[in-house]
Design a protein around this ligand. Sequence first.
Ligand SMILES: [Zn+2]
Length: 341
Amino acid sequence: MSDYLAYRDVDRAFYENHLRDLVPARLFDAHMHVHLAQHVPPLTDELRARNWAGAVSHPAYPVEAAEADYAKLFHASEVSRLQFGTIYREADFEACNDYNAAHADQRRVWTLLVLDPTLPADRLRERLLAGRFSGVKPYWSMVPGKAEADVKLDEMISPEQLEVLDDLGLIATIHVPGPERIRDAHTRQVLRDWCARYRNARFVVAHLGRAYAFPFARDTFADLATIDGLLFDCCAVLNPDVFELAFRTIGPQRILWGTDFPVLSRMRGYRVWEGETYRNITSADYPWNTDRQPPEVEAQYTYFIYEALKGMREGAERAGLTTADLEDVFGANAYRLLAGG
Ligand SMILES: [Zn+2]
């Protein structure tokens, strides 16, 4: 473990002061990524520019590293997880899918298949069954030949693939595409249509629809709450205002906690919001990180995942969530979804 990621006094104090009585003994992480170095392409400037998080998860995050992170950061909890591969069309994503499937025992670890939207339905069905996948993880970059701004949600999974998910009763964890994120009316209409039509499949909107900044939440959560059966994960959201509104409108029974490891386990710092945008204030040594503070200030930074949990706690308190509500978010909702329990 590098020095940067060693567990420090500042982390111990943060956990004691803000998280100890929040984090339950059983956790279910509904959104995290594992991959080996041979699964991913070299990090070119083009890939780096595509997504700042790509530099953070590069070059590898094997299962063993993830388990070490859970033991380090949630030492008082037992953590189960839903894991999937890293998401580059240029990656050896099928090998990465196999790697993920090989570690899924359906008792502590479940997995989703990173989805090639051109994969024929019969091949998808075979692959899902043979690998005992719990569903799929579509992503805009898996749509061939298109820039992010041009990808539509209904290009990320084909209608034939949706039929397979519905038939097998499987999950799709969806990262909504485009600059308008969940505020894109077409995206919300597609989600509404899918939930109405494929009633045996389960759709989980990742990152609360990428509503990291409050305006995206304010403009959409009340509408999303009316989509019957739609679920959400809240990983990589740090904003207490967004959490509060999500808990008040969508409700804790439809929100799944997740870490988005390794992104939130490899950075120290916090996030600030300015209108519709956000900035990660971090001491992490990445090419995009040009906004640095003096060393004595940065020395006080804790892990992003801890800051995310503190933001969630603040939102939960303001929305009046009970301990039982929080247990739903931290695990019971995911267990119901995956284990049928
Ligand atoms: Zn993710």
